[in-house]
Write a protein that binds this ligand. Structure first.
Ligand SMILES: Cc1cc2nc3c(=O)[nH]c(=O)nc-3n(C[C@H](O)[C@H](O)[C@H](O)COP(=O)(O)OP(=O)(O)OC[C@H]3O[C@@H](n4cnc5c(N)ncnc54)[C@H](O)[C@@H]3O)c2cc1C
Length: 132
């Protein structure tokens, strides 16, 4: 933990407000936490308990925040036991969430060169990342 985020990481009990499944075993989870929504900067993640049965938390990036409504969204894919148990969590249940964690990045409207594989692409904040 560096000095700048030493005072900003906290543990919260947060209610699940929405939980939708999408193709490819992917889910979007909407979580109620005005504190995390307000404090999150682009590129940060949370560390959450997926169930009472698994003590080890799982890290998931914060996909988007809604500061006005005090919520944030996570997009995750089921790959193992932890994310499988997370997928079983229902609306109204409460998760223990540590966050926001990690070094953020600065948003810019300037086009920046990105090297992806052997190809150079130009990215903005709306960049959609595809594999080459
Ligand atoms: C900082 C950070 C941010 C992350 N953000 C996201 C996110 O936004 N969305 C998301 O879906 N995941 C994210 N992940 C990955 C996520 O934390 C892991 O997928 C999750 O911890 C796996 O837990 P599990 O118990 O389901 O799988 P495990 O039981 O830990 O792993 C089961 C099997 O899946 C493999 N595996 C584990 N993770 C992945 C993976 N990501 N892709 C393919 N195979 C994998 C393992 O090698 C193992 O063979 C992030 C990880 C980090 C470190």
């Amino acid at each position: 933990m560096n000095k700048s985020n030493r005072d900003s990481i906290q543990v919260f009990d947060c209610q699940i407000l929405a939980h939708y499944q999408f193709e490819g075993n992917q889910y979007i989870l909407t979580i109620d936490s005005p504190e995390i929504a307000k404090a999150t900067k682009p590129g940060q993640f949370v560390h959450l308990t997926v169930s009472d049965a698994l003590a080890m938390r799982r890290p998931i990036s914060i996909m988007s925040v809604d500061v006005e409504n005090g919520t944030f969204d996570l997009l995750y894919k089921v790959v193992g036991e932890g994310t499988r148990q997370l997928a079983d969590r229902k609306v109204g249940e409460v998760l223990s969430v540590i966050g926001p964690i990690g070094n953020s990045f600065k948003m810019t409207d300037k086009k920046l060169p990105l090297l992806i594989g052997r190809r150079c692409r130009y990215a903005t904040n709306d960049f959609y990342c595809a594999r080459y």
